[in-house]
Design a protein around this ligand. Structure first.
Ligand code: ADP
Ligand code: MG
Length: 268
């Protein structure tokens, strides 16, 4: 469960692209161990927020701090994405970035070896001196595939996995870097109802068993309301509400801006 210790603090972050304001003085925080969600209509700025948290976008204003144990907080704005990843922030993408021609095993292993300092190209074309590290990353890869329930599919080419299996493989790949926090951008997109239930359970297990904090963007209201302990609602780049699932469901501004009457019944 989440502690009172801060993990991420975002303060007055503004991100512009020319005349477009993608994030407008966004402030939010996440506690260590928390399952936190960001919801909002299309174009609200959710992915821009993830990109800002991971060093992919550089907001013009504000501060983003990643608090660490036994180390000073990392000021994320101005850092390169690989540096932020190394500091413990992992993510999955809204559109799958899996290498379809590689097997499930290879896709996760690349994540594990990338973390070992070889870099992506090094991980693909490694020399003999890396063999010991390779055995360690093989073991870690099998462990992660088992954790997400894909042991049987280890040697299946990723492109031929079902949608649900692919989304679970992405989570395994995100975990391969041993992150402190895992950012999931619409992890249930394209999945069927039973796959959604499995994904919900898996994400909760990532937090409960691995102690990894979860920051989640998700459109499926049933999934997000059952999983998140707290939510932020973005609309036109600004935070319009923050609270527990019950508080968000009952917030008139949220209902008006986004959810519609069906949300109060817990439907999508
Ligand atoms: N790289 C970019 N260049 C220009 N505009 C962008 C870029 N990324 C995001 N935006 C704009 O920021 C706004 C928020 O987009 P996004 O963060 O993708 O929203 P969401 O994920 O909530 O659907 C949109 O108006 C989008 O066009
Ligand atoms: Mg998005």
């Amino acid at each position: 469960m989440s502690s009172n210790e801060l993990l991420l603090s975002v303060e007055d972050v503004t991100l512009r692209f020319g005349g477009v304001v993608s994030l407008n003085k966004v402030s939010m925080n996440q506690r260590r161990g928390e399952i936190l969600a960001v919801i909002g209509p299309n174009g609200a700025g959710k992915t821009s927020l993830f990109n800002s948290l991971t060093g992919v976008y550089q907001p013009q204003e504000g501060t983003i701090l990643l608090h660490r144990i036994d180390q000073p907080a990392l000021s994320v704005i101005g850092q390169k994405a690989h540096r932020v990843a190394k500091a413990g922030v992992a993510r999955t993408f809204q559109a799958s970035r899996m290498f379809g021609a590689l097997t499930a095993f290879e896709n996760v292993k690349i994540g594990a070896e990338d973390h070992s300092g070889l870099g992506f190209v090094g991980a693909m074309f490694k020399g003999p001196r890396t063999r010991r590290g390779e055995r360690a990353s093989d073991a870690r890869t099998y462990e992660l595939l088992e954790f997400v329930g894909l042991t049987k599919q280890a040697n299946t080419v990723s492109a031929s996995l079902s949608y649900g299996d692919r989304r679970r493989l992405e989570i395994a790949r995100g975990l391969a870097t041993n992150p402190t926090v895992l950012l999931l951008d619409e992890p249930a997109a394209g999945t069927n109802p039973s796959e959604k239930v499995e994904l919900t359970e898996l994400i909760r297990k990532v937090r409960d068993d691995m102690g990894v904090s979860i920051l989640l963007i998700e459109h499926d209201m049933k999934l997000v309301m059952s999983l998140a302990e707290r939510l932020y609602v973005l609309n036109f780049g600004a935070v319009i509400a923050e609270g527990t699932p019950d508080e968000i469901r009952a917030n008139p501004a949220v209902v008006e801006a986004y959810l519609g009457s069906s949300a109060t019944k817990g439907k999508n």
